[in-house]
Design a protein around this ligand. Structure first.
Ligand code: BGC
Length: 880
């Protein structure tokens, strides 16, 4: 029975436009067969043509020929050079186990962006320096006169600042926040728009509104503004084909004018100020300038945009009489609200995640040492009723206080607008415990709130791309949404900013630039932290495990080597004063201990506020640093082998053995009974990173179990190890303990957050001070990274080989649950695992779906295993 290929994608996305990747386009597809058992691909052939209809041999730009291969992904184009701004079409056919060939698939289109720099006709333009105040939003405008109808048109635009493009008052950008955050000294992303329907014969008004965005707006922990520059600018062009046959290009140049308009100022974190009485003023001439060192790159990840609307759950009055809207869900975005009043009335919209014990909005709990975290929009009303929605800001909130209206708002007057990267949902989990389902939803919402134009720590206080946060969460992220293109982009940005000698800024983009001075020494100092910098090895490794992505290993191999070599140099440096004081040293092995330089360590264990965590940094002994050194060296040796770099594989393999030996000599006592500081995370890391000898492992697991019992079944891990805790327990015979921690309701625990009314995951286990005041962010995904265990532990569905070509199904039935199911969209198709426990006879019934092209090994209780191929299969066994 022949196969059918479908769901064709290029560079991990459907029909992408503006392909500009430096490497060639990469193709993937899915396949199915009416006979599930023979649904295996053995070979494929791809044709790429410039014409949708003509796939004749001599018109093809690439004919791959018949290529043997079982994987429907990772095929790199290697045909004729693709032309700039051109649409191409491709299709694929497949051979099955009997070597019978399928029909050709449906045709998929791709569009190249501007590949040849000489096709850019634009100039960077900006407002003159005397234009407005230092936060002035610019409306860049020109009229384009067309002599005849427009046949087709493309716009390519970008800006220094966030921008929106309007043609004849129609919003071309749509509800998107563009562009994505890059290191603007080096790269600026541009968008490609189909503008065919927007122009008419005669005069057409084009306006591009540019606001601070990440370029000039407030950023991060230091709440600094104008980090990359202080003057907003715009760059771009329209490539138009008219019905009279003429091809014309209109680009930004000194013919454009810049005006002030209703948006007075707009900050990505702090909010927008809009005077809706104002109409566009007379235009000022613009200045042209050049940015010779800046590369323009296409959009290779999904746009950040409004993806959902939330109705208000409650409209309340605070004790002081202010109107307070409760959306019932913490999220990142903004609101849309209908406002009426007298001309000149000022309405203030203040956002927060928290209402304090006094019933008023709490806006101080996130204050920064060098700034604040105020998220406030202001609107100055005109005589007419109008809808307001800020265009260029993201707030993290559940509540909005609305001040300055003399009438009560109605539900229909207000909506929450959820902003996130427009990623496809790629997995689900559900079980018989509604609390756990809510917890899973909380993780989802924290992911949604932080997968912005870089993966951020929180949408409130910092909105910074902390590398440790995405390091711990990346694997879990793949189980919720399709994040392959998104995380590839993150890694690209990371590599742009990695220091030549290996360290990696702990936030990407690093919030530093030529304009605001060279990298502050504090930033350079903290760029050495393990767990954060290891993102450069661990994230590509996860993308390989979950998507079979070899390309990402190839692309970032050199960056990984630089990081691991840097850790090697850190290790060879002098011994830390703590170790010199406390230990006799390890002789030659001492040069494998990472104990100097800066590490955040485990970070924020329960009860360890920021102060205690800083103490740990100062007095760290190198147990965390050296463990990560060993782990990254081990992964790098495996990656080198996958890429066929045998000498490197040997070298890093030996390094990993030496580091593990040194780590054990320094930190393991009594044959594994005591490790490091004898905290839960010491054991979790040792086991998860495979640092112990087999005979030490049992003692270590027993000690971990002891510590958990001693903590009365409470979690003791912090930022780095929490995601590893439950799998370590369940993989080593302690699923019961994993369930006890998961179902624990008192602090510290995940369900304590749920019971306290959380709708997202908190940054710290506490969330509130002892006297009930909120502390830390309430929307951080890092402690939510454990949610992979819902799918991989409880439902038991995980990849046994990269890209799920072989699947492991090993459900953990326990915790009083009577049913659970999970699904994940693998590169081969949807995989499912669903079980229920028939309590009357204690029988577990399992049903699984194995995607075409894959096999699954099903673990049925203790020791019983079966191997099955594609299709749906059922099993049942008695619970032991
Ligand atoms: C961020 C974290 C980050 C950390 C570094 C915090 O301010 O919110 O998520 O990883 O700093 O330890």
């Amino acid at each position: 029975m022949a196969l059918t290929a479908h769901a064709l994608r290029t560079c991990c996305r459907s029909s992408p436009s503006s392909i500009t990747s430096t490497s060639e386009p990469e193709f993937s597809w899915k396949f199915s067969s009416s006979d599930a058992s023979s649904a295996f691909q053995t070979a494929y052939e791809i044709h790429v043509s410039p014409s949708k209809k003509e796939f004749l041999e001599d018109s093809l730009v690439w004919n791959s020929g018949k290529v043997k291969g079982p994987e429907p992904f990772g095929v790199i184009y290697s045909g004729q050079r693709l032309e700039s701004v051109r649409r191409y079409y491709w299709r694929v056919r497949l051979w099955d186990l009997q070597d019978s060939v399928s029909d050709w698939s449906e045709v998929e289109s791709i569009e190249t962006g501007i590949l040849d720099p000489s096709h850019w006709k634009a100039q960077w333009i900006r407002a003159p320096s005397e234009f407005g105040n230092e936060r002035q939003v610019g409306y860049f405008r020109r009229t384009i006169h067309l002599d005849s109808e427009l046949k087709t048109g493309r716009a390519f635009f970008t800006a220094l600042g966030w921008y929106r493009l309007f043609i004849n008052d129609k919003d071309v950008t749509g509800n998107a926040l563009v562009h994505r955050w890059t290191h603007f000294d080096h790269e600026v992303e541009y968008q490609s728009y189909d503008v065919s329907g927007y122009f008419q014969p005669g005069d057409n008004e084009v306006t591009i509104v540019v606001a601070d965005g990440r370029y000039r707006g407030h950023l991060g922990f230091f709440d600094r503004s104008s980090v990359y520059g202080d003057r907003l600018a715009v760059y771009g062009q329209f490539n138009l084909e008219l019905s009279n046959g003429a091809e014309v290009v209109y680009s930004t140049d000194t013919e454009w004018k810049v005006s002030k308009g209703p948006i007075q100022r707009s900050d990505p974190k702090h909010g927008e100020v809009v005077d809706i009485r104002v109409s566009l003023c007379e235009g000022h001439p613009v200045e042209a300038f050049s940015l010779p060192d800046v590369k323009l790159i296409g959009e290779d990840a999904e746009r950040v945009q409004a993806i959902q609307q939330l109705p208000p759950q409650k409209i309340l009055r605070t004790p002081s009489g202010k109107q307070l809207i409760d959306f019932g869900q913490n999220f990142a975005g903004r609101i849309r609200v209908k406002l009426t009043g007298k001309p000149g009335d000022r309405v203030t919209l203040t956002h927060s995640e928290i209402v304090g014990q006094d019933g008023e909005l709490d806006i101080h709990y996130l204050d920064l040492p060098f700034g604040n975290s105020l998220m406030q929009d202001q609107v100055i009303l005109s005589a007419r009723e109008s809808w307001f929605e800020p265009l260029f800001t993201i707030h993290g909130f559940r509540y909005v206080e609305i001040d300055g209206l003399d009438y009560p708002l109605q539900d229909a007057d207000i909506q929450g607008i959820v902003i996130s990267s427009n990623l496809t949902i790629a997995g689900s989990f559900n079980c018989s415990d509604p609390q756990l389902n809510r917890l899973d939803a909380n993780v989802f919402w924290s992911m949604r709130s932080n997968f912005l134009d870089t993966p951020t720590d929180c949408p409130t206080r910092e909105q910074s791309g902390w590398t440790g946060d995405i390091q711990v969460f990346s694997r879990t992220a793949t189980l919720f949404m399709d994040v392959q293109a998104y995380l590839r982009r993150f890694l690209h940005n990371m590599e742009v900013e990695q220091f030549d000698d290996g360290p990696i800024p702990p936030i990407i983009p690093s919030e530093t630039s030529r304009y605001s001075g060279s990298t502050p020494s504090i930033m350079r100092y903290v760029s050495s932290s393990v767990g954060w910098g290891d993102c450069c090895v661990i994230i590509p490794w996860n993308l390989y495990q979950y998507y079979g992505d070899r390309q990402v290993l190839r692309s970032h191999y050199e960056s990984m080597c630089r990081w691991v070599d840097f850790l090697g140099r850190r290790a060879r440096g002098k011994r830390s004063w703590t170790r010199r004081l406390l230990t006799k040293g390890l002789g030659d092995l001492e040069e494998y201990i990472v104990d100097t330089g800066f590490d955040w360590g485990e970070w924020l264990r329960p009860g360890e506020g920021f102060g205690r965590s800083l103490f740990n940094i100062l007095f760290g002994t190198g147990t965390v640093g050296t463990a990560y050194f060993a782990y990254s060296a081990t992964l790098l040796a495996k990656i080198a082998l996958i890429l066929g770099k045998h000498e490197d594989a040997r070298r890093y393999g030996e390094l990993s053995t030496q580091v593990k030996t040194a780590w054990r000599a320094a930190f393991v006592r009594d044959g594994g009974r005591y490790i490091g500081d004898d905290k839960q995370d010491d054991y979790v890391r040792a086991i998860a990173f495979d640092l112990l000898l087999p005979e030490e492992k049992n003692l270590a697991i027993n000690r971990l179990a002891e510590l958990i019992v001693k903590a009365d079944f409470h979690i003791g891990t912090g930022f780095l190890s929490t995601a590893l805790l439950l799998p370590v327990l369940s993989d080593h015979g302690h699923a019961d303990l994993a369930f006890r921690l998961l179902l624990q309701e008192t602090q510290p625990s995940w369900l304590h957050m749920v019971n306290s009314g959380a709708t997202t995951i908190w940054e710290s286990w506490e969330g509130y001070t002892k006297d009930g005041r909120a502390m830390g962010s309430h929307n951080h995904y890092s402690l939510g990274a454990f949610a992979s265990w819902f799918r991989e532990g409880i439902a038991g569905l995980s990849p046994a080989e990269p890209g799920y070509r072989a699947i492991k199904i090993a459900p953990h039935v326990g915790g009083g649950l009577t049913h659970a199911n999970a699904s994940v969209e693998t590169p081969f198709g949807t995989a499912r695992s669903s079980w229920y426990l028939s309590e009357a006879d204690n029988i577990i019934h399992l049903e699984i779906t194995v995607p075409p092209g894959t096999t699954a090994t099903v673990h049925q209780g203790e020791g019983v295993m079966s191997k099955v191929g594609p299709g749906t299969h059922s099993f049942s066994w008695k619970q032991s």
